[in-house]
Design a protein around this ligand. Structure first.
Ligand code: MG
Length: 377
């Protein structure tokens, strides 16, 4: 079998899908993207296509090594995201070729269904509590909320009180059975993260996410040692080498590789194994589309230290594949059943993709402080 062509589809709302075709008629799908830089990653995929066309798609590890190490300069979000989407598509092809799900080729099922968490928001504590109740009524036993933006490097007591009030309102409304994670989004300074974690601690968050940027591991260690709340991070770390120091220094309890950024399905499986050595868990990051979700579910199914799966919780269920897949994923009682189909276990509706085509120019929202200076989203 040989790779004959690679086609890219920019689809709404901000996604990039890749289709790899072969001379045996089997094709595979992946999602190679950096949010807000879809055109840049598309160019990287086009460059890698020069190597891949004519190659045997079943030699996934070999091609990963060539793509990652082959150009002297390695790593970074753009190149590794391009490799990630290609890697997903190659696993999809391999699974269809051998007629088995990807998880079957990576050791087989460790579970029958995948626990999901839902995003939850609210401008006021009352709104936040009402939305959390709605999520529990929909069957979820875990949600994730976010620290509001913009936040100053040293912010007021009122800011801390406002954030804590939302968490308190959720606990008041739903009790102690619901897991509530909190995303700091890497935009909170370490000084403020330590203060916020201390204020949140009585409400027993499931984890706090990116309480500092991952590039300075010692900072993360300092925050981790200041609180009993488990620290999660990893959506902006790439490959095993990106996670090594954070795991060795035990800065994070929960690794969150993004399967569209960290190097793909098998790379994330290796990262999960590294975390397992430190008794850590994996909760794959996923704010993207249905191919990303499908890839995550394959990993979640076969990984013993899997904790919980993120999805963007879009009202239209696009992230679950509605309007993109012939059969969208269904969340029942907060879980998705492990898919049975070969490869990634999905069928893309190509006609629907063409209807949802866009120029690929989605950009990250920009925020500004009251004085006009730039603030992180
Ligand atoms: Mg996050």
């Amino acid at each position: 079998m040989k790779i004959t062509d690679m086609k890219l589809f920019h689809v709404k709302p901000r996604w990039l899908f890749l289709k790899i075709e072969t001379d045996e008629g089997i094709c595979g799908w992946g999602e190679p993207i950096v949010e807000g830089r879809a055109l840049t990653v598309a160019a990287a995929v086009e460059e890698l296509k020069r190597y891949l066309v004519g190659e045997d798609p079943l030699r996934i590890e070999h091609h990963w090594q060539v793509m990652y190490r082959g150009t002297f300069y390695r790593g970074g979000p753009v190149l590794v995201s391009a490799i990630s989407g290609i890697e997903q598509a190659l696993w999809d092809i391999k699974g269809k070729y051998y007629n088995m799900p990807v998880y079957e080729m990576l050791g087989g099922k460790c579970r029958d269904r995948i626990r999901m968490y839902s995003h939850c928001g609210g401008a006021t504590p009352e709104e936040m509590a009402a939305n959390a109740v709605r999520k529990t009524e929909a069957g979820f036993n875990a949600i994730k909320i976010g620290v509001d933006a913009p936040v100053h490097n040293v912010d007021t007591l009122r800011f801390v009180e406002g954030q804590t009030a939302k968490l308190a309102a959720i606990r008041e409304a739903v009790g102690s059975g619901l897991d509530v994670a909190i995303d700091f989004h890497g935009r909170v300074s370490p000084a403020m993260s330590i203060r916020l974690a201390q204020a949140f601690e009585p409400y027993y968050p499931m984890f706090i996410e990116e309480p500092a940027l991952p590039e300075n591991v010692d900072t993360l260690v300092r925050i981790a040692q200041s609180t009993t709340i488990p620290i999660a991070s990893g959506e902006r770390l790439f490959t095993r080498w990106g996670f090594r120091e954070a795991l060795e220094k035990q800065a994070i309890a929960i690794v969150q590789p993004d399967l569209c950024h960290a190097g793909g399905i098998f790379e994330a499986r290796k990262i999960a194994a590294m975390a397992e050595v430190y008794y850590g868990s994996i909760a794959p990051h996923n704010p993207l589309g249905p191919i990303s979700l499908a890839s995550c579910l394959q990993l979640d199914a076969c990984t013993p230290n899997f904790l919980i799966q993120e999805h963007p919780s879009m009202a239209e269920r696009w992230d679950l594949g509605e309007g993109y897949l012939n059969q969208a994923f269904k969340i029942q009682d907060g879980y998705i059943a492990v898919p049975e189909g070969p490869g990634l276990g999905i069928e893309i509706n190509e006609e629907a993709l063409l209807e949802r085509a866009y120029p690929g120019d989605w950009d990250t929202p920009r925020l500004y402080y009251a004085d006009g200076s730039f603030a992180e989203w």
